[in-house]
Design a protein around this ligand. Structure first.
Ligand SMILES: [Zn+2]
Length: 150
């Protein structure tokens, strides 16, 4: 947002120097908030790219290991599901409570965060997707892809 210059105040008979100062202070605030939003947005974009790279790397590694017979695909899937379930499980309660804590949604698991399927472009919960060398796929796209036939 542009600020009012001393020259504009000089040539505009309806604007006082005090008004210009107030306007410029507001402009500074707006510019600062705008810069912060831009910073957060660029950080989010970098993290998104990083997650996509990690998912791709994990998918390639998984495919390589199962294709080469180094690890059993079903064993890997079982172990991964168990690890993901453990990640989703609520932390052990410090003290017994009469209140049911299973309905507490104050800290959502990253596994329920939406991710976009590279096949159909729709959004799914992360736990409902498969990681492939091409990217994250929903169950339907994964089943119809060549990755599920390994
Ligand atoms: Zn899909």
């Amino acid at each position: 947002m542009n600020k009012v210059s001393w020259w504009q105040v000089l040539i505009d008979p309806e604007m006082s120097w005090r008004e210009a100062q107030q306007f410029n202070a507001a402009a500074d605030g707006i510019n600062s908030v705008g810069a912060q939003i831009g910073d957060v947005a660029s950080r989010a974009a970098r993290l998104e790219l990083e997650v996509a790279r990690l998912r791709t790397a994990l998918g390639v590694l998984t495919q390589l290991l199962t294709d080469g017979g180094a690890i059993d695909k079903s064993a890997l899937q079982y172990r991964l599901e168990a690890a993901m379930d453990a990640l989703e499980a609520p932390p052990p309660a410090a003290a017994p409570s009469a209140v049911d804590s299973s309905t507490d949604t104050s800290t959502p698991s990253p596994l329920v965060q939406p991710v976009t399927c590279v096949g159909c472009g729709k959004s799914y919960e992360m736990r409902a997707t498969e990681i492939t060398p091409s990217g994250t796929m929903c169950a339907v796209c994964f089943q119809s892809s060549h990755y599920s036939k390994g």
